[in-house]
Structures are given as C-alpha cells and as structure tokens.
Design a protein around this ligand. Structure first.
Ligand SMILES: C[S@@+](CC[C@H](N)C(=O)[O-])C[C@H]1O[C@@H](n2cnc3c(N)ncnc32)[C@H](O)[C@@H]1O
Length: 150
C-alpha cells in the first residue's frame, strides 16, 4: 500500500478530494494534526464522500507520532523546492508521500530532514505551485503505476 500523509492541511475541499483519490487508488491517507478545519466541516461533507471512503483516513497528533508507526520508513517530501522530478524515483510498497499545507508548504526543518528525497513535479518557469489535491493525484498515480496498478 502507498501512504499519503498531509502535514497540517488547511482547506477542507482539498482533503475531501484527496480522501476520494485515496479510496479510489487504495492508498492509505494520514492527516497530521493540527488540521485547519473540523472533520465535521460542511464543505468536507459536501465532497459527497461515502462511509467506506472515510474509513481509510487515519489522524495523527504530529509527524513524530505518525512516523512511530513505521520501522524503516521511506519518505518522499513533495515540494516545489525539490531538485528531482517525481518521475526519477522508484516507488515501492509502503512508501510515504508527504505533502505540505496549502498556504505555507512543508516547514524548512522537515525539508532538511528529508533532503535526500525531496520530490518535485515539474512546472513551467515562474509558476508558484500546484493545488495540493492535484499534486497528490499526480504523484499517487505515478507511484501506483510503478506498482502495476495493484
Ligand atoms: C499549494 S502547495 C504549497 C505552496 C507554498 N506556498 C509553497 O511555497 O510551498 C501545497 C503542497 O502541494 C505540494 N505541491 C504543490 N506543487 C508542487 C510541485 N510542483 N511539486 C511538488 N509538490 C508540490 C507540496 O507538497 C506543497 O507543500
């Protein structure tokens, strides 16, 4: 299984889209708190998610608590500041794809911690960033493709 981790996500519609994406691709979604919204948020509910889609979501108090669930985690930190394209990585079962909050991106300390595996989705010159849920979709589908859409 591929793990998708959203670090302190802020916008409920994005998380709603990503819940559905993960349900549709069999990825495991992890939300790392604090969240910028309540899980009761009406905009999250309006994403039209079914009960079984919610069932796959796990919440964690912070990044440290999340990582305690893995013995030797391979973590890809997805950032516009990455040097290597997502197409240059060889993804494996149980890999973790980590994404930053919409307004701030991943904090510098986390980028430093995972500097060997910073992953970038190419964009045209002078572009700022992709929408969070679009970025997750691009990388999850590439990882799942490499695993043979199992
Ligand atoms: C809206 S972006 C954050 C923008 C923030 N102002 C910044 O400069 O990082 C939200 C998240 O989507 C992901 N993302 C967006 N565009 C990306 C790209 N081109 N390559 C890799 N990740 C990207 C990253 O995980 C990022 O933290």
């Amino acid at each position: 299984v591929i793990h998708v981790a959203l670090f302190e996500p802020e916008i409920p519609q994005n998380t709603g889209n990503i819940i559905r994406l993960c349900a549709n691709t069999g990825a495991q979604l992890h939300l790392i708190e604090p969240l910028g919204f309540s899980m009761e948020n009406s905009r999250l509910k309006r994403a039209g998610l079914d009960y079984h889609e919610w069932a796959t979501v796990q919440r964690h108090a912070d990044l440290t608590h999340f990582l305690q669930n893995f013995s030797a985690p391979r973590i890809y930190a997805c950032t516009t500041k990455g040097k290597k394209s997502y197409t240059d990585f060889c993804f494996q079962e149980n890999d973790i794809l980590l994404f930053g909050p919409e307004s701030r991106g991943l904090p510098a300390l986390i980028l430093e911690q995972f500097q060997e595996t910073l992953l970038r989705i190419p964009m045209t010159a002078n572009s700022r960033s992709l929408n969070l849920s679009n970025a997750v979709a691009v990388v999850v589908y590439e990882a799942w493709r490499q695993l043979g859409f199992k």
